[in-house]
Design a protein around this ligand. Structure first.
Ligand SMILES: *[C@@H]1O[C@H](CO)[C@@H](O)[C@H](O)[C@H]1NC(C)=O
Length: 184
């Protein structure tokens, strides 16, 4: 009996120690069940990666998860803007690499992603002041950037060089939306 109590205590202590990660796993599980866009593995991996790369403390609340997911999306958008600028720079002499139409799309996408960074700043400000509706609206606006960007290529029957980035960005914002909802 004493032994069983000891084991139970040990298990309790072990679980206490990994609270942050349980929160990540549980929240990603819930988010992925409610929204088929969100993949559990992607959700966990991107949150864990962000926590370890900033060597910040594991998240302990839904507030933390919302803040982290918005932060990841923001840095994603910033990276995508520089990816686009590299695509536009690439070999300016060889016009066949990127068509004029695709270049137009890329310039638009760059503007869309730059604007979405300020949408995410607004979302964070709104969230911090407990205005969850505005926070969700701003995250949705940021999310739209990836859809609009991708659609432009499709409309012109151009192959989008940004499909993967657009999809990732969409999913990251879907995570923020799910966490904001779960927090309320
Ligand atoms: C966007 O974020 C995801 C998840 O953290 C990451 O895997 C991906 O490399 C990022 N993409 C860019 C362009 O930063």
């Amino acid at each position: 009996m004493k032994f069983i109590c000891f084991i139970a205590l040990l298990i309790l202590i072990l679980f206490q120690g990994s609270n942050g990660y349980d929160l990540v796993h549980e929240s990603c599980m819930k988010a992925s069940k409610n929204d088929p866009i969100i993949h559990y593995d992607f959700c966990v991996a991107s949150l864990d990666e962000s926590v370890s790369s900033h060597s910040s403390n594991p998240p302990t609340s839904m507030e933390d998860l919302v803040a982290i997911s918005i932060q990841i999306a923001k840095s994603n958008a910033t990276n995508i803007v520089s990816i686009i600028s590299n695509l536009l720079k690439e070999d300016p002499t060889n016009k066949s690499l990127v068509s004029e139409y695709a270049k137009e799309c890329l310039r638009d996408c760059s503007d869309l992603y730059s604007d979405s960074v300020s949408d995410l700043d607004d979302a964070m400000t709104a969230f911090e002041s407990q205005d969850f509706d505005t926070a969700s609206i701003k995250v949705s606006a940021a999310m739209e950037a990836s859809v609009t960007c991708e659609n432009q290529f499709n409309d012109g029957n151009e192959e989008s060089p940004l499909t993967e980035n657009d999809n990732t960005y969409f999913e990251l914002n879907a995570m923020s939306l799910a966490f904001i909802k779960m927090h309320q």
